[in-house]
Structure formats: structure tokens, C-alpha cells
Design a protein around this ligand. Sequence first.
Ligand code: PLP
Length: 353
Amino acid sequence: MPPLDEYIEEIRDLWDSRWLTNSGVKHNGLADALSRYLNVPYTALFTNGHLALENAIAAFDLTGEVITTPFTFISTTHAIVRNGLEPVFCDIESDHFTMDPAKLESLITDRTSAIVPVHVYGHLCDVIEIERIAKKYNLKVIYDAAHAFGSAAKGIGAGNFGDASMFSFHATKVFHTIEGGAVTSKDPQLIERLNYLKNFGINDDGGVESIGGNSKMNEFQAAMGLCNLRYVEDSILKRKMIFERYTENLKGIQGIRLPQAQKDVKPNYAYYPVVFEDYKYNRDEIYKKLADENIFARKYFAPLTNQMVCYQGQYTEAVTPNAEYISERVLTLPLYAELSLETVDEICMSIKR
Ligand SMILES: *Cc1c(COP(=O)(O)O)cnc(C)c1O
């Protein structure tokens, strides 16, 4: 959290203006500041990441099937299904756990209208290959970039790929606005449509041409974002040190696979995922043993979204062996800017013990 005094200073003018929501000064200031920080042309803010994604998908008036991956937070699949679309699950590649473009093309049918890939753990998808395939079949690409705040490929910010990208500013993410989210795009008309959709479909003249809900970011959320944005670079640097400390401690241990750097990608060090393969204990045993010592790692993502009760047996059975393999073996270790390096050492000692 930012220093309390700084947040109080940031919200002080709201007591004068009495302008609490609906595109206020803080909201518009944050949208501009984020466009600059993320190095993207346009940003539409939302009250949370999930509704940002749901609205982004809605804005394209898609039909039929949408190809996505099951190795993600449940929100991605829900956002597709809540738009009346059918998710088709593509496998992930096993180095960085993002959609495997080599397995994508065979899933495309004449009912496919879009692809929703996920930049897992702040790693970027193979955006070039996905774009090539999308162009060939005239498909929209909407990235779930919830994990990718501040990540970039060859200097190009994560929010520049595909037709649109969704970011989450939930309290648990690298950058937060308590709850919050955004859609970035190079298409100003899409951003305008999203800004209407998030406010009941009401346009600048007061007319209503589209059927929107209410998913606006309020001024208090935006003020939190303005404060946190001042510290995010520092926070990513601290994460990097923690990330590297984990690697120093855990490298070279038989049966523990550590996160791989991606060529030409600047990551945001959002997560430290460890894959336990043929280690002395399996993932679930390690999870439990760590919890017994008050170390709360997360089985992130397990189960796969298509294995959740609400989706079991609903769609054509997915063939996603890599996703299943990783989901059964991965654990994300504690990682937040204030985590001390000494605590990282202790966590690693526990794992080794
Ligand atoms: C956090 C997250 C979301 C949802 O964002 P909220 O801001 O929590 O609504 C969607 N997808 C992924 C991959 C996430 O990690």
C-alpha cells in the first residue's frame, strides 16, 4: 500500500468537488497515466479485471466458439461463457505455460470467432505466431494480460498485442487499485465503445445504443492507482531481487524445475512458479508441509478451469496434456515486494528440508 498520508492527500480534493465516480479527475488522470506507463495508445478503466474482460469480449459481438486455454484463473473461461460463447480449450507449451500456437490451428472451425490467450505469470504468449494465425482465419485476439502489468517484448508493452488486452488491478496483483482493471487497445473506437458499455451503454449525447452494464472504476480506486503507480517500478525491482534469490537457493536441485527466462521479454516478476517433477515429494505433499510451517504457497492454477464442477462434461473434451501435467505439479511460492530475502531463504530451506 502507498503511504497513508499520500493517499489521504490524493483523495482530499474529492471532499471539495463531491465528484465520486463517473469519469472524474482521478479516473481520467489514471487512464492517461496508465497509457503512458504501459506504453499503449488507449486505456479504458473498469471496476475490476473480470468485467474488463467480459466487456472487451462483448464489444466485438462475437459468435460461436472462442479458443482459450484451461491453464488460467477461472475468470477467463467465465468471461467467454457469460457472453454466450463456447470455450474451446487449447493446450499450453511447457516452458512458459502459455497457449501453444502449434496446437491452435487444428482447433479452428467455421464457428470460431476469436482467440483469448493468457500471458501466464507475466510471461508473454507467442504473440507473433498467434497474430499470424488470427489474421489467416480472420479471428479477433483478446489477451488476458491480468498477470502482465509492466511486461514487455523487445520494448513493446504487453498491452499492444492483438485487438485488445485486459489488465487486472486486483489487490493481489503487481499493481493495484484495490479492485480494478483496464482494457488497452490501439483502436480508439473500441475504447469509446467500452467506455459506453461500462456505463449502461449511455453515450456522450445521453443516448443508449448498446446494452451495457455498470462496471465503472470510482474515484477512490483511481486515487489508489495514482499513488501506487508512483511506486510500481520500485516494487517490480524488489520483486526481481526476491525472484533471483529464489533461483539462487533452488537451482540445481534434482526434480525442481524453476521459471525459465523468455528471450527478448522483460518480465514483471509477478509470480515464482516451481514445477515439482520426480522430486522426493509431490506438489500436494509439499504444499501441505509448507502450510504446516505457515508458508502459504498456491496451487495456481489447479484444477484446470475446464475441470471445475460448473464446466465438467459441458464441452467437447479438451486434449491438453501439458496443461494437465503442469497443473498437477506447479506451486507458486510467496512473492510480494515487502518479502524479505531472509524469509525467502527460510522458505527455500523448508523446501529443501
Ligand atoms: C486476477 C485475474 C483475473 C481477474 O481479475 P480481477 O481484477 O480479479 O477481476 C482474470 N484473469 C487472470 C489470469 C487473473 O489472474
